[in-house]
Design a protein around this ligand. Structure first.
Ligand SMILES: [Zn+2]
Length: 411
């Protein structure tokens, strides 16, 4: 079967039609500097005119084929037994007893097989590996991408090697090891772990899942936008709040909606709001600057704690092209949002995911959300992945004497 996709460099625009797979654009990658976000991240593109023609003949063919014509995969069976995606969209009508004047919904991606959004990318990369007889995949991760790849590989009988910063939360390291992956704790940051995994790929040719390095991670992540399109009744919501660290999830969300725009299935891009933690705001801070300057990151939201956002240039391009917004919230706001979210909706999200909810609360309090607007908050990971982070907003009561407690109990 002939290849249905090709690659295009986000930065120099070079197109690559004669290869099944490549990482960064070689022209841009050759000029990349240490301490700077990489240039040359590739977009995967399809024959949109041909797909448009097919849509005219059969309007639902993308849905019935599970969007396969817009993915670099040939068969749905390649996705394996763990179904990623198809997560619920949960309506929220009131918060703290007050009715909301707009239509809020939570896209709960903590319900993926390994409890995070990252499964969307892992499943796609794993499926591609399966179709090309690749049995081992390596990745660098702060925890979620690693535990995701480890879990998906376990289900697909593939080997996973995960380079992690040694300080990643214990729950995430535990999860990686329980799935049977090889773990390589790196003395250093996520960026050091990333560089080691790329060096291993360059040295041995081992297939690499790193975000904003392997272009198919963006293709996996974009599937959330296709689902939102279906869940909103074949249209896009007005506004989507997305937690942002590396800039890959937000690029995936944009890419999915951009594919839909190119096909004429939607007529406008939703307003995407990039929400970063104040202590890891390298995209917000550099959005309008000529050169990129990195500040060391420090936030309780470890999944979006990033010194050098790997997909900075693509994320910035999308935000500027489609008039997206970029805001930041403090760790205190993230913790409060996490508690508000859990106690009002029953969805316990990890701090990085609660960051998106905190951004929504901030805009709501500043009256930046219009009446009746369709607003979606993307929740990217489960709170059980990092229970230590929220200890300061709860009080575990002292043990009681059952007899005394029973006698005095009133409610
Ligand atoms: Zn390039």
């Amino acid at each position: 079967m002939s290849r249905k996709y090709y690659f295009k460099c986000t930065d120099c625009g070079a197109e690559f039609h004669d290869t099944d797979f490549m990482y960064l654009c070689p022209f841009c990658a050759a000029k990349n500097q240490p301490g700077q976000p990489p240039k040359g991240v590739l977009k995967t593109l399809y024959d949109f005119d041909e797909l448009k023609n097919q849509l005219q003949k059969e309007t639902s063919f993308l849905n019935t084929q599970q969007w396969l014509p817009l993915l670099p995969i040939e068969k749905t069976e390649s996705f394996g037994p763990l179904a990623a995606g198809n997560t619920p969209l949960i309506p929220v009508t009131e918060l703290n007893g007050e009715k909301l004047p707009f239509n809020l919904s939570l896209k709960d991606d903590s319900r993926n097989p390994t409890f995070s959004f990252k499964d969307r990318a892992s499943v796609l990369v794993s499926a591609y590996a399966k179709e090309h007889d690749i049995d081992t995949i390596i990745a660098a991760s702060t925890g979620n991408a690693g535990s995701s790849l480890a879990g998906i590989c376990a289900s697909q009988k593939q080997k996973a090697i995960i380079c992690v910063p040694a300080a990643a939360p214990k729950a995430k390291l535990t999860q990686i090891l329980m799935y049977g992956a090889q773990i390589v704790p790196v003395a250093g940051t996520y960026d050091d772990a990333f560089d080691l995994s790329v060096a291993l790929t360059e040295k041995t040719g081992i297939y690499n899942r790193n975000t904003a390095y392997n272009p198919f991670t963006i293709e996996g992540k974009k599937t959330v936008s296709f689902e939102l399109f279906s869940q909103y009744g074949n249209k896009a919501p007005d506004k989507v709040f997305v937690p942002v660290g590396d800039g890959v999830i937000i690029s995936g969300v944009y890419k999915g909606f951009e594919d839909l725009l190119k096909l004429g299935l939607i007529d406008r891009m939703p307003v995407i709001v990039a929400v970063q933690a104040e202590g890891s705001n390298n995209i917000v801070r550099n959005l309008h600057s000529e050169s990129f300057t990195s500040l060391p990151s420090k936030t309780i939201a470890d999944s979006i704690s990033v010194d050098i956002p790997r997909n900075f240039f693509m994320a910035r391009k999308f935000l500027k092209k489609y008039q997206g917004e970029a805001i930041e919230v403090s760790d205190a706001e993230i913790l409060n949002a996490s508690k508000t979210l859990s106690s009002n909706t029953g969805v316990f999200a990890e701090p990085a995911a609660a960051t998106a909810f905190a951004g929504m609360l901030k805009q709501m309090n500043e009256n930046k959300i219009s009446l009746h607007e369709q607003v979606c908050v993307l929740l990217t990971g489960s709170g059980l992945k990092d229970v230590n982070a929220v200890q300061t907003v709860i009080n575990i009561p002292e043990a009681v004497n059952p007899q005394t407690f029973l006698e005095d109990f009133r409610y």
